[in-house]
Design a protein around this ligand. Sequence first.
Ligand code: HEC
Ligand code: HEC
Ligand code: HEC
Ligand code: HEC
Length: 157
Amino acid sequence: MSKHWRAVVIFWCVVLGWVFWAVPATTAKGGYVGSKVCADCHPAEFENFSKYAKKAKSDHSVKIMADKLTPDEVKTCYSCHTTGYGKPGGFKNFQETPELGHAGCEVCHGPGADHAEANGDTALIRRKMVMKECEVCHSADRVKSFNFKPLLHGGAH
Ligand code: HEC
Ligand code: HEC
Ligand code: HEC
Ligand code: HEC
């Protein structure tokens, strides 16, 4: 192989290597987008959720009690009342990430940024879920004190 051709081959190896490495790395973020983004393509689910699910207003439940709590105590509410708190691309606080301030679609369906960006690729979103995943928030303590245990298909849309 001449020097020229070797340079051409190396050049393309570098270019293609970058494309295959960098492009998926920049598009597959795996983060959260908030329920409003889901509404663009799933208007019926969004409408039902916003009207009937208490989760759609779970930020309000925290805000009405925030006056009586210390900032650290308020933070203890976030893991259940917001979307993806403490997880990559999840809720941080009401100023920076207002779109994730309630317990949205993604607390059940998992982070949806990749699914939304890939025009609704069903391989990138969770459809099936099990009771254990609800119990992270609807914990034994809470079931006892509220005397309320949800059914798997309750409180969705
Ligand atoms: C990230 C925490 C979280 C997870 C996970 C979660 N929930 Fe909830 N859920 C809440 C919160 C918070 C409320 C109460 C909102 C309020 O009133 O402020 C709630 C309320 C409800 C209600 C009350 C009635 C209504 O219509 O809104 C039902 C039913 C419910 N959830 C079902 C489920 C089911 C079923 C699952 C699992 C598939 C689940 N939840 C997973 C946090 C969660
Ligand atoms: C372990 C998860 C979890 C944590 C932590 C949590 N909540 Fe909740 N909260 C829920 C769930 C689930 C419900 C819905 C009722 C139920 O099924 O237990 C709820 C309901 C509520 C309600 C509505 C009650 C009603 O009558 O509709 C208020 C208000 C509330 N929470 C405020 C708070 C505040 C304020 C904090 C933080 C100090 C907090 N919660 C922490 C899970 C949680
Ligand atoms: C409390 C948990 C929960 C929340 C919150 C939730 N879903 Fe679901 N979703 C489910 C369950 C359970 C199913 C049915 C899965 C099955 O059995 O196939 C489902 C199914 C779906 C489906 C498939 C079509 C269908 O209706 O079966 C879509 C699309 C969907 N959800 C979108 C959304 C959107 C958009 C939001 C927010 C506006 C949302 N979901 C909020 C639990 C939830
Ligand atoms: C750009 C449009 C688009 C956006 C944004 C979008 N979806 Fe979808 N979604 C689709 C399409 C298309 C399908 C496949 C056809 C169908 O089931 O409606 C789908 C299917 C689903 C399914 C069923 C998956 C299965 O295995 O059958 C769920 C659940 C779902 N979406 C939830 C969500 C949630 C939650 C969000 C927001 C985080 C969201 N989608 C955002 C287009 C979108």
